[in-house]
Ligand binder design. Sequence first.
Ligand code: PMP
Length: 425
Amino acid sequence: MTKNEQLFARAQATTPGGVNSPVRAFRSVGGAPRFFARGAGAYAWDADGKRYIDYVGSWGPLILGHADPDVVRAVQEAAANGLSFGAPTEAEIELAELLVKLVPSMELVRLVSSGTEATMSAIRLARGFTGRDAIVKFEGCYHGHADSLLVKAGSGMLTFGNPSSSGVPADLAQHTLVLDYNNAQQLRDAFATHGGKIACVIVEAVAGNMNLIAPKPEFLQAMRELCTQHGALLIFDEVMTGFRVGPQSAQGLYGIKPDLSTFGKVIGGGMPLGAFGGRRDIMEKIAPLGPVYQAGTLSGNPLSVAAGLATLRKIQASGFYENLARRTTSLVTGLTAAAKKHGVKFCAQSVGGMFGLYFAATPPASYAEVMTCDKEAFNRFYHAMLEAGIYYAPSAYEAGFVSAVHSDADIVATVAAAEHYFSSL
Ligand code: PMP
């Protein structure tokens, strides 16, 4: 037994499935998860001492790579001055000021401790502000594990959801309308029928929780127009895309101004931190200013804020996003070319520093198309890459992430490993 296997067996005795978040368990790809002991830059080492080029980056936060010296120093300095006060600190103002400056739609922002808290609070706020109960989400988009959001569509249009997680009351799920991603006409039809009841539309402007699906510009544009027309709020869930796809996040990239946005991952630099914010008149409905309640013992805690500030300051460097996008593009074009050379049905694409890998002829544009990708082929590829020291997300339905410290040599090595595998098929 490897050390990873021993740890996995031991973990299962005390933790459900041996993990504290389900995809980590490797159920989808099979085998024992890698238990990580250490990370530095683009690399992470598992319990057996094997080194991987890491394309998960803690599922997105590590845009500067593992243990960035400036981020680590900021956290150490903050820790030495007290771990938490449950009272306001100056650093929280600095982070809020930076977010408001960097995100065009953000007039007021509140800090929370996870992406789930951010989306859950934004949904409650949208309902409180509009006095409506229904929300629209898109099949295959993930917005954290709040009850209203753990709903996906059955087949067919305009289906009011059935709970897709057990434990979600049907009474609650019935308020979640699940539509097809990238289908503007279906959204128009939904508003024509239910417009007066819809509190908000929540969307991943680049979908990253069903592999990666790029938005059709007219889809986002229709969403903005319909929300305005029907008095519903548009929520961009930028937990993954925030400062990942560009310096102003997805809303800057696509030129759409949402009413509310949610953030997580990158803004916490690897520490637990989330945020939601947007239009002043809406955000003023949050307690203590307004009737919508939201709170947190550790919200805005000094360590998370220090890591977030250090990260956000560093990614302001000129050329940061050009470099990140160039590396990510060279990864996906290299992988696609390698597959083509050996006649493997595979393609890849990227947006900023996030990418998708598909065992399909062309990139999918909807959840249904994602489901037609060859999952078994992905799983075989996955284990070959793991063996070669390349760590991708252990599921065919997750986006991947490149950091600023993945070198050209790392990308070349990654493409070479894939090419070696493709040539063996
Ligand atoms: N929204 C999106 C778009 C996400 O990708 C995630 C997490 N992957 C969440 C919300 C939930 O964030 P957290 O896991 O921090 O609760």
